[in-house]
Design a protein around this ligand. Sequence first.
Ligand code: AMP
Length: 398
Amino acid sequence: MKLLVINAGSSSVKFQVFEMINDLVLVSGLIEKIGEETSEIKFELENSGKNNSVRVVEPIKNHKEALQKVAGILLDKENQIIEKKEEIKAVGHRVVHGGEKFKETAIINDEVKEMINELSSLAPLHNPPNLQGIVVATEVFPQAKQVAVFDTAFHQTMPAKAYRYAIPNKFYEEFGVRAYGMHGTSHRYVTKETAKFLKSDKLKLITIHLGNGCSMAAVRDGKCVDTTMGLTPLAGLVMGTRGGDIDPGVLIHLGKKYNLSVSEIDKILNKESGLKGLTGLNDMRDVLELKEKGDVKAKLALDVYTYRIKKYIGSYAAILGGLDAIVFTAGVGENSAYVREASCEGLEFLGISIDPSKNDKRAKGIRVISEDENRVKVLVIPTNEELEIARQTFSIVQ
Ligand code: AMP
């Protein structure tokens, strides 16, 4: 069965087509700068073992035109993906916020669309373009089942004591103010890969997603019991441009001191904090390079970044009542031996100890970086959110 996976942003659409028999990616691509004169279409074909990259710049007015371009790419005879649209049996959509309504992947109908729309108040930057992606995909691929895979769904198994904030009840009751967590598709993917790799569903796990956005999850027997992000993606770990946990009093203090508006505070927290706030740079590679040159601010930023991860490892080991494995994933988690080492340093008393020679080795696929005799397995697992969306979509339409 062939499936299309779509991740629609405000001015971009990412897409991949999978052949589900063997999880094969037939094409993956990105359309950016939608609505501008210089929209960019990039895609890679993975036919007959050779990578074939294409890049075109042309104006694309809106998301509908973008999806029509995607259909054109899929139907192009030279690309050998599909001969007719009917071959795409389902379209799996990434939807950022599913609130408390969506605990699982859902087949999209009018009611689901309406609920995704209502949940826009919790994810104003993401749910509206996700919904737009759904609407236009339904027009362009009318024969395919449309499926929504929610970033928050994996975290819906958290108990109330983990997701409730100790603020007046009415904010939860009237506006759903609670922790929801993000990156659920990635945490779910690496959780399942770990279970397969360690041949057990009964695991106490900490999954650590370190990309531009960063989050951790405590997972018991495949189910999330806590996560670092909250109502919004601002909570928890230090990220590229977000600082994560902060004393809320700081915001009151700064607001008064500098007479800041809510949108100014929003900008500081979302765009100017994290690695960027501490070093001026948001890309981990640049910060690591600066640290290598002896830059004191970069060293401090890395200390704050990895100290926070370590603090959550300890806290999650406590709530899980033990630990079988820790998983590092996403851009930084998969690639930075330094960050992994520094985050786990000094945790031997919890049975966590990284083997530097395994940690430093670059390799594809799943790998173990902990010392052989250790109780806790430390793993590096490349995440694959698109494949997880495809698998969820496949299993619900079957
Ligand atoms: P993602 O959001 O998963 O694409 O991850 C993006 C982050 O991964 C950026 O901060 C990159 O700097 C970081 N990253 C990518 N490659 C490396 C690398 N080789 N070493 C350290 N960080 C990396």
